[in-house]
Design a protein around this ligand. Structure first.
Ligand SMILES: *Cc1c(COP(=O)(O)O)cnc(C)c1O
Length: 351
């Protein structure tokens, strides 16, 4: 046990040292000249070392599992993930000298698999996407490993009262703005961890800002929000927006702390994503477009009610991994996604 405790001390120190060397992610201000008195802010989560907001989640999940003594020096770490979470977890596993296996559905895009391998992770492909959780648990049992399980533990692995979580960071960075308390914070939900952290923080700090979750039309979360009896999607229903929207309600999704949900079509998400990429001069991911569409709707309502204020959303990941999909006009046309008109609407909102 003594040597395990020494190993644990060193593992936690390495993660903390990595954090110490990192700076906070930027909060980018986007003025909206057409809507006077309303300002949009984007928290740029693409600037983490592994390129997405999942860097925060992976750090929290590893610290939680380490301090629960679920991971030791010989533990193989296993995750069910179709992408960004596995990329970030592979990064932390390598930092600790641990073997890491990502259990992924067969449909997972090549650039994500390449990124997992780049950080030293192994890939286990499963044909039926509904089996990734069961297969992960089985693999862990077989090899005496640990299934780190983002969809169960995301909401509880983060220190929601503070400790520089994403909510505390946003409010600190907003302090010198005209409207330091955002009227709305808009995020997507994949695990639901980010929305749980922000919703709890607003309540704990007794802040008047509200939380809106933007969800693909083909996701169960907004249906469950409207009717808690609905817990799965009809078969054949699937969104193309990676990172958000699920076919079943995951344990980490906390509907009670969400003030409003907006359902967004894939065409609206992609259109908004394209318009924002043009405005920023750099590519962003699809889930950022989903949230931006909801931001535009909320801003329009605020303007109609003659309200001023700020709206904060996340730039969840960059567009590099989507060059052959969301940024390929032929791919979008083959999917039948009519994104150009929504793109024009959002371009107008942003100019
Ligand atoms: C995971 C993810 C989200 C949603 O974050 P959660 O905290 O898991 O709900 C949004 N966008 C992207 C690109 C993601 O990978």
């Amino acid at each position: 046990m003594g040597s395990d405790r020494e190993w644990l001390d060193e593992a936690v120190r390495r993660i903390e040292a990595d954090y110490q060397r990192s700076s906070d992610t930027h909060l980018i201000r986007v003025d909206l000249p057409r809507l006077s008195g309303i300002t949009l802010y984007l928290k740029d989560e693409s600037s983490h070392p592994t390129g997405s907001l999942k860097h925060r989640l992976a750090r929290s999940l590893f610290l939680y599992a380490l301090c629960n003594a679920w991971i030791g020096p010989e533990t193989t770490v296993i995750e069910a993930s179709s992408g960004s979470t596995a990329v970030s977890e592979a990064y932390f596993a390598r930092m600790l000298g641990l073997r890491f296996i990502a259990v992924v559905p067969a449909s997972t895009a090549q650039p994500k698999l390449d990124a997992i391998r780049f950080h030293g992770g192994e890939i286990h492909v499963v044909d039926d996407p509904r089996q990734v959780t069961a297969v992960s648990a089985r693999l862990a049992a077989e090899c005496g490993g640990h299934f780190i399980d983002q969809f169960t533990f995301a909401e509880r692995a983060t220190d929601w009262r503070g400790n520089n979580n994403i909510a505390e960071s946003i409010f600190t960075q907003m302090e010198a703005e005209e409207h330091p308390i955002p009227a709305w914070i808009v995020v997507g939900a994949g695990t639901g961890g980010t929305s749980a952290t922000i919703g709890r923080y607003l309540r704990y700090r007794r802040l008047p800002g509200r939380l809106c979750v933007a969800d693909p039309v083909d996701s169960v979360f907004h249906r469950h929000y409207a009717d808690r009896a609905v817990t799965t999607l009809p078969a054949g229903c699937a969104s193309c927006v990676e990172g958000i929207g699920r076919a079943r309600v995951e344990p980490s999704f906390m509907p009670g702390v969400i003030d409003r949900m907006e359902a967004v079509t894939d065409a609206q998400s992609i259109g908004a994503m394209r318009a924002l990429a043009d405005r920023l001069g750099r590519r962003v991911g699809g889930s950022t477009g989903t949230s931006l569409w909801a931001c535009a709707k909320l801003a329009g309502e605020m303007a109609a009610a003659r309200q001023t204020g700020s709206i904060v959303t996340l730039l969840c990941d960059g567009g590099e991994r989507y060059a052959a999909t969301y940024y390929d006009d032929a791919w979008l046309a083959a999917k039948g996604l009519k994104w150009r008109e929504p793109a024009e609407q959002i371009a107008e909102f942003l100019c």
